[in-house]
Design a protein around this ligand. Structure first.
Ligand code: GRF
Length: 203
């Protein structure tokens, strides 16, 4: 598989999915390099990225007048790396149209539930509270609605008796560490592509 480009990853937390994606690119399971990581706050994932040798920068909303200005500044910072794909992996902020419009069709998000169920920032907790027996993870294109857009890949995770938010989220993340690199590979290799409102995989 030949190298086709660069990926920028957006994070807010531990960055375990960013780490899994970097390792998959270095193993050439994904035909690209992670060229930069951005966060909206100081977080463990920033240190993790730097220890992997990846430029990592915080662009904090508090440094800007409003969400539009912050989103535009983040957009400009990301564009400096000319990425082929922008991956929101545990990025806990809603991006304004200034950002989303600039990356339409090459901006994807990872969500710890089977969308369209359990949108929002507490997807794991909400699935447990609802008493469902199966939840999972979704990788999807980002549009102007929160946790919404054409679905690229989904995988189920069973909820086990005795699960709490932490144990369930850990099992979801184990799945995500494979699902996210796979989605990036499908898109960057052209094996899957956005056709209107749906993602089609080549047979
Ligand atoms: C993931 O479960 C992702 O689906 C959710 O936030 C979590 C990020 O975890 N949006 P990490 O920072 O990659 O460890």
């Amino acid at each position: 598989m030949h190298l086709v480009g660069g990926i920028v990853v957006l994070i807010s937390g531990s960055g375990s999915n960013m780490d899994a994606l970097v390792r998959a690119t270095r193993a050439r399971e994904v035909p690209a390099d992670v060229v930069a990581v951005f966060a909206d706050r100081a977080c463990a994932g920033i240190d993790r990225a730097r220890s992997l040798g990846i430029p990592a920068e915080v662009v904090a909303p508090s440094s800007f007048e409003d969400r539009d200005e912050w989103s535009a500044a983040l957009r400009n910072a990301v564009l400096r790396y000319s990425p082929d794909l922008v991956v929101s992996a545990g990025f806990m902020r809603i991006l304004a149209p200034a950002f989303v419009d600039a990356f339409e069709g090459w901006l994807i998000n990872l969500h710890p539930a089977l969308l369209p169920s359990f949108k929002g920032p507490h997807a794991v907790r909400d699935a447990l509270a609802a008493g469902v027996t199966v939840t999972g993870s979704t990788v999807h294109f980002v549009d102007h609605q929160v946790d919404h857009g054409p679905i690229i890949l989904q995988q189920e995770v069973a909820i086990l008796p005795g699960d709490d938010e932490s144990s369930l989220h850990e099992r979801i993340k184990e799945v995500e560490h494979i699902l996210l690199p796979k989605a990036c590979r499908l898109l960057l290799s052209g094996e899957a592509r956005l056709e209107g409102a749906r993602v089609e995989e080549k047979a």
